[in-house]
Design a protein around this ligand. Structure first.
Ligand SMILES: Cc1cc2nc3c(=O)[nH]c(=O)nc-3n(C[C@H](O)[C@H](O)[C@H](O)COP(=O)(O)OP(=O)(O)OC[C@H]3O[C@@H](n4cnc5c(N)ncnc54)[C@H](O)[C@@H]3O)c2cc1C
Length: 451
């Protein structure tokens, strides 16, 4: 049977036709839109549209790429000559407060899921950026709000609905079609199906969210990171502990500074204060540019802060490692990255993940206590080369300390390490060969023979 895109209820944009370039650039959140051009973009309105698009692409020999929230920093959804399925218009949610589950279409973004479940007194560890797509976030592992307690968000996937390489619609859970569930739980951007819907386990809304923040001059970044490495392991799992060298939230302070914050997801305000007590006893007390103690907050305020730090419309490049490194090895590199930052809008990011989490049936496998990432950020294309060089230099210097990279913040092409452990990567390859032998879906960027 020959398939045509005429049956698509959503929109179809072919290269060279009106609307195509807008649809192409809209598919990437980062203003550094890659110069890669899909042959056709299908903005799906229904699961049936996804089936039609996959069948058409297979027949025409067009590799399939997928866009959900469009937040991949590297715009990996844009593949040369591919058929891009845009799921961002498929954003229905169905919350079951009694079972504490949500069925979420792949076009849903984190803030909308948060608001929908909060209305029922429930919680999901959505990504820090409010508009990050739930789909790419979950597939990449998902390090969201309060994820230290619940594990990466992909652990909360109960089931997925997918469209396979043959255009079949499957519901995949622990009992049936488990390979697709395994891959969706942290297998990243090399899926061998389109996930159209996630079935998620929800948690109870925390009774109180409290945040404390300390800001130090950037020249102290290494010192602060060293203190964090001493303190981190003693903090409760419900405390999120992160530092960032960038322009601080201090009016009239134009330089970069090290902002370190601890956010507690507690049962009550009193308990939150107790969880943050260790953080308040900083050995660097007296040297802060700012110290805000135990402010009550919520995910909307926290998300707005992330939006201020990483606004849409700027040009981003980033890279990262997970690491087990000792303080003496990594903190001089953090200081060096801070000292050589091209402009104060850039970021050096240092994040405590902590203990090993026991994965369920999941591809997710990279584990290390600390996460180090650098982001070149600016409005001006003329800065791109300096940002690229700084990011590459900073991460190359840390390469010997890497325990693996993270899907979310890396361009996997030419990468010196992997986002999954070797056994999980080998399993992804084996499952791809089994479920997508003809190579209908684009695999990992730069991997498995795809553009
Ligand atoms: C401002 C900002 C903040 C961020 N904060 C966090 C954070 O706190 N924690 C974190 O872990 N990450 C974070 N990220 C990274 C983010 O999780 C990843 O970029 C993720 O891929 C975004 O999901 P998306 O649906 O928007 O991605 P998209 O760009 O739409 O998709 C990325 C890739 O995922 C695959 N994919 C997406 N949807 C599907 C699908 N339905 N079926 C099959 N494959 C699919 C495709 O290969 C696609 O190319 C952040 C990114 C940004 C830009």
């Amino acid at each position: 049977m020959t398939h045509s895109l005429d049956a698509v209820a959503g929109r179809v944009y072919r290269r060279g036709e009106p609307g195509y370039e807008q649809a192409r650039t809209d598919a990437v959140w980062n203003a550094r839109t890659p110069a890669r051009y899909p042959a056709v973009i299908v903005a799906a309105a229904t699961e049936e549209d996804v089936v039609t698009a996959v069948n058409y692409a297979r027949e025409q020999g067009l590799p399939v790429s997928v866009r959900s929230g469009g937040h991949s920093w590297y715009g990996i959804q844009l593949r040369e000559g591919a058929l891009l399925i845009d799921l961002s218009f498929m954003n229905k949610m169905d919350i079951d407060p009694h079972r504490r589950t949500a069925a979420v279409e792949s076009g849903v973004v984190g803030t909308d899921l948060h608001h929908a479940v909060r209305a029922h007194g429930l919680f999901f560890p959505v990504g820090h950026g409010p508009d990050v797509g739930v789909a790419g976030f979950l597939l990449g592992g998902g390090y969201g709000w309060n994820s230290r307690q619940y594990g990466p968000a992909c652990f909360s996937i109960l089931a997925v609905d997918v469209v396979t390489a043959t255009g079949e619609r499957l519901h995949c859970d622990e009992d049936q079609h488990r390979d697709f569930l395994w891959a969706a739980r942290g297998g990243g951007h090399g899926q061998f199906a389109v996930v159209t819907r996630f079935h998620l386990r929800l948690r109870e809304q925390p009774g109180a969210i409290l945040r404390s923040t300390q800001v130090y001059p950037a020249r102290r970044a290494g010192e602060v990171a060293r203190w964090m490495m001493t303190l981190g392991p003693s903090l409760d799992q419900r405390v999120e502990f992160v530092a960032m060298v960038t322009r601080p939230p201090l009016p009239g302070y134009p330089e970069a500074a090290m902002t370190v914050s601890a956010t507690a997801f507690a049962d009550s305000e009193l308990e939150g204060r107790r969880l943050l007590a260790g953080f308040e006893r900083s050995p660097l007390a007296g040297q802060e540019l700012l110290h805000v103690r135990c402010d009550q907050t919520n995910l909307d305020e926290l998300g707005a802060e992330v939006d201020r730090e990483t606004p849409k419309g700027l040009r981003y490049v980033c890279d990262n490692i997970w690491t087990h490194a000792a303080a003496g090895q990594i903190t001089p590199l953090i200081q060096q990255a801070a000292d050589t930052m091209p402009n104060p809008e850039c970021q050096v990011f240092w994040y405590f993940w902590g203990r090993d989490h026991t994965p369920p049936h999941a591809a997710w496998s990279s584990q290390a206590p600390w996460y180090y990432a650098v982001y070149g950020i600016g409005p001006d294309p003329d800065l791109d080369a300096a940002h690229d060089a700084w990011v590459a230099r900073s991460i190359r210097a840390a390469a010997p300390l890497s325990s693996g990279t993270q899907f979310a913040d890396a361009d996997l092409a030419g990468r010196f390490d992997a986002p999954l452990q070797a056994a999980a990567l080998a399993e992804m390859t084996r499952l791809r060969a089994r479920h997508d032998p003809a190579g209908v879906f684009c695999g990992y960027p730069g991997g498995e023979g795809r553009p």
